[in-house]
Design a protein around this ligand. Structure first.
Ligand code: T1G
Length: 679
């Protein structure tokens, strides 16, 4: 059965796609579209065509599962040209997300109508690609060059209303989409010549009059595009649209597309597309496990984490009761939340009314008992096991039956916390990352006794508050922080043996990380986890903390910082490091960048393998999702485990052994068998 069906409504041929879940432009869909246009062309009774899709969305793009396999004809560029050259006007009727190849089909159609809730975009750059079916040539001709640059190089969609305002959509449809699209087709069926996007030139004139537009765009986005190959290729393809006739520009597009498609970044980013979706699935749980209803959330602690966590739920329309020990701390915490919301409003990310509606859902209190009507309670107090066990013990008598009890601990033992209640099956970890209202990652820590419906509830709730959730087992530091530890340990040793904070951080930044281990320490706070005794100096970190060099917040840490928080190498830190080298009698040697990679990144991969061996992560791709969304690992390298496969497991094992590290059995076995972690 072809996913494409046709039927006539008067003299309009309605071409319908039914290829769930997102009407991806698979081979069968492409074949069906070509046949449908052929039918329209050959039937004199047909005066116009409407293309629409059943299900949640209009075509959401090429079928990504076909990438990397031999492509079957007809290819999408051929299909869109056949649509544009149809002898009858073609109207694309858009709902949901007209993305990538889907928008290219709509752009090749002669008219576009859409429901107001629709989104239109070319997110190919997020897959390490560019719109390869004429999109880089037709979009600037219809939407204008500046908008095309923004949409293609960032991959961010626009709403149908904006698309209508800029002429990308010809009519907004309220009510039945098919009915109104057919009516629209009736209106334009006799309009000649039939308008072809590829033939338009009017909107290219603006760029010809202002060629600076490209240099300005590159400059404005240099930081955001750093390390990625695809954004620049998108810009170049659109430059070709302005500089060359369509037929030549589309050849540049094809060449640039193939360069990207055969590159490592595109493979990594396409791998990551599916890794992110796989992370939401919990192996071994019955599909019919029903989530619990979460009508109200309780948060204990109104500090940085408690406040950020609460904002996620308030922004999603879920009422929150927030508890603090003292009025002053409560006022400070809720004050920071309002300030953060107002800052977002000032940047136009939300309206004043939305700020008030979110804050209106917040109930501050000093009474733990006020949490008795909450369906989920998240504890976000400082990291001390005794304090957490005391709180969970109290919650056990306060919380209603069926309430979920969660801890935001970033490394403490969830099973031990759960054991301080009579309902360990209702306990799990919800490890948010700071700032909790911004960072997308959520480690859902599954305790030994955590009930299946509690897990499913957490995963579903994560989607509701726009987090990417990954299931982690109970171990020290769960997935992310556990892999961070060997990196930090080796980074400190490398300092003693002759490297500098600047060198180690440079290697990580050149690798694509947003910052290196020492810049990260300075951002998080050198004093985190410090014993607070300035007389006890056992390592470089103690020495910095004792001198008040707590990082950016103090203007000094491993680096010195100016008022703009720009880091510069610190002569004082160099002295402290030299002192420790002498005190510890550590042998010095010339340290190259490769040694830093091997000791700080190979060791992370090794720890990742141990996490998999112990079942502390469901799959290697989950580890990659944690590192990309929680620690800024460059998505164009796929994540530590995908990168390990690219680097070569044999090479990593050899490097670890040569450096004297004990290699995880899973890593050694896979290397020996020529296997990979992620494919
Ligand atoms: N191909 C194949 N499978 C896809 C798919 C696609 N394009 N998009 C989604 N899926 C699967 C997904 O893996 C999941 O499967 C299910 O559909 C639901 O997705 C030539 C080269 C459309 C906004 O980049 O952004 O066109 O996990 O969980 O949250 O120029 O999916 O259930 O087994 O994400 O409602 C460009 C990608 C392709 C859009 C829906 N298009 N998709 O979000 O559901 S490249 C894209 C999305 C291209 C041409 C080029 C989102 C969505 P499973 P979901 P959702």
């Amino acid at each position: 059965m072809s996913p494409i069906s046709t039927r006539k409504h008067g003299d309009v041929l309605i071409v319908t796609s039914n290829n769930p879940p997102v009407n991806a432009l698979s081979h069968a869909v492409r074949e069906g579209l070509v046949a449908a246009i052929g039918e329209a062309d050959s039937d004199d009774g047909v005066k116009a065509v409407v293309i629409l899709c059943q299900g949640q969305t209009f075509f959401a793009g090429a079928d990504i599962t076909e990438f990397g396999k031999p492509m079957l004809l007809p290819m999408l560029p051929t299909v869109v040209d056949i649509i544009e050259n149809c002898t009858k006007p073609v109207v694309a009727a858009i709902h949901g997300t007209a993305f990538g190849g889907g928008l290219e089909v709509a752009l090749a159609s002669h008219y576009r109508v859409a429901v107001p809730s629709a989104k239109l975009g070319v997110p190919e750059v997020k897959l390490g690609l560019l719109p390869g079916a004429g999109g880089t040539q037709r979009l600037p001709r219809v939407a204008g060059v500046q908008k095309a640059l923004e949409m293609a190089a960032t991959g961010n969609p626009i709403g149908a209303k904006e698309a209508f305002e800029i002429g990308l959509v010809d009519r907004l449809i309220e009510g039945d989409l098919e009915q109104h699209a057919v009516a629209f087709a009736e209106e334009v069926k006799d309009v000649r010549p039939i308008p072809k996007s590829s033939a338009r030139d009017d909107k290219l004139a603006e760029a010809r009059a202002n060629p600076q537009i490209f240099a300005d765009f590159r400059k404005a986005n240099a930081r955001k595009f750093k390390g990625f190959d695809a954004p620049e290729s998108n810009i170049r393809a659109i430059e070709a649209a302005v500089a060359k006739p369509y037929a030549e520009g589309v050849q540049d597009e094809r060449r640039l597309f193939m360069e990207l498609m055969t590159g490592t970044q595109a493979r990594a980013q396409q791998y990551f597309f599916f890794a992110e979706r796989k992370a939401a699935k919990i192996d071994g749980l019955p599909d019919d496990t029903r989530p619990r209803d979460i009508g109200r959330v309780g948060v204990i602690g109104a500090g940085t984490m408690g406040g950020g966590i609460s904002m996620n739920f308030l922004s999603a329309g879920v009422p929150v009761t927030i508890v603090e020990m003292a009025q002053e701390a409560l006022d400070r915490g809720t004050g920071v939340m309002r300030k953060n919301y107002e800052a977002s409003a000032a940047k136009g990310r939300m309206s004043g009314a939305q700020v008030e509606s979110a804050m209106g859902l917040l109930k501050p209190t000093l009474e733990l008992e006020a949490l008795a009507d909450c369906d989920l309670i998240i504890e976000a107090v400082f990291e001390n096991m005794e304090v957490k066990k005391e709180i969970f013990g109290k919650l056990d008598s306060i919380a209603k039956p069926g309430a979920i009890l969660a801890s935001n601990t970033s490394y403490l033992n969830i099973d031990e916390i759960a054991a301080s209640t009579s309902r360990p099956e209702d306990v799990l970890g919800l490890h948010f990352f700071s700032p909790a209202n911004v960072m997308k990652l959520l480690e859902v820590v599954r305790g030994a006794k955590t009930a299946p419906d509690v897990l499913v509830t957490a995963m579903q709730l994560a989607k509701k508050i726009r987090k990417v959730a990954v299931v982690a087992g109970v171990c020290h530091g769960f997935i992310g922080n556990r892999m961070l530890m060997p990196r930090q340990v080796e980074a400190m040793k490398l300092l003693l043996e002759g490297a500098t904070p600047e060198q180690i951080d440079r290697v990580h930044v050149e690798f694509g990380m947003p910052m290196g281990p020492f810049q990260m320490s300075d951002l998080a706070g050198v004093d985190i986890g410090w014993h607070r005794d300035p007389t006890r100096i056992e390592n470089i970190r103690d020495a910095l903390a004792a001198e008040g060099r707590w990082g950016q917040k103090k203007g000094a840490g491993f680096y010195d910082y100016d008022e703009k928080r720009t880091p510069s190498p610190s002569p004082r830190v160099a002295e402290i490091i030299a002192d420790f080298r002498a005190r510890t009698g550590t042998a010095q040697h010339q340290i190259g960048d490769q040694e830093i990679v091997e000791r700080t990144l190979y060791t992370m991969v090794n720890e990742g393998a141990k996490i998999l061996e112990e079942g502390m992560a469901q799959r290697a791709s989950d580890i990659d999702v944690v590192w990309v969304y929680g620690y800024g690992w460059p998505v164009y390298r796929g994540g530590p485990m995908f990168w390990a496969d690219t680097e070569g497991l044999g090479k990593i094992v050899e490097g670890l052994e040569r450096r004297g590290f004990e290699v995880a059995k899973l890593l050694a076995d896979k290397a020996a068998a020529g296997e990979k972690f992620t494919r």
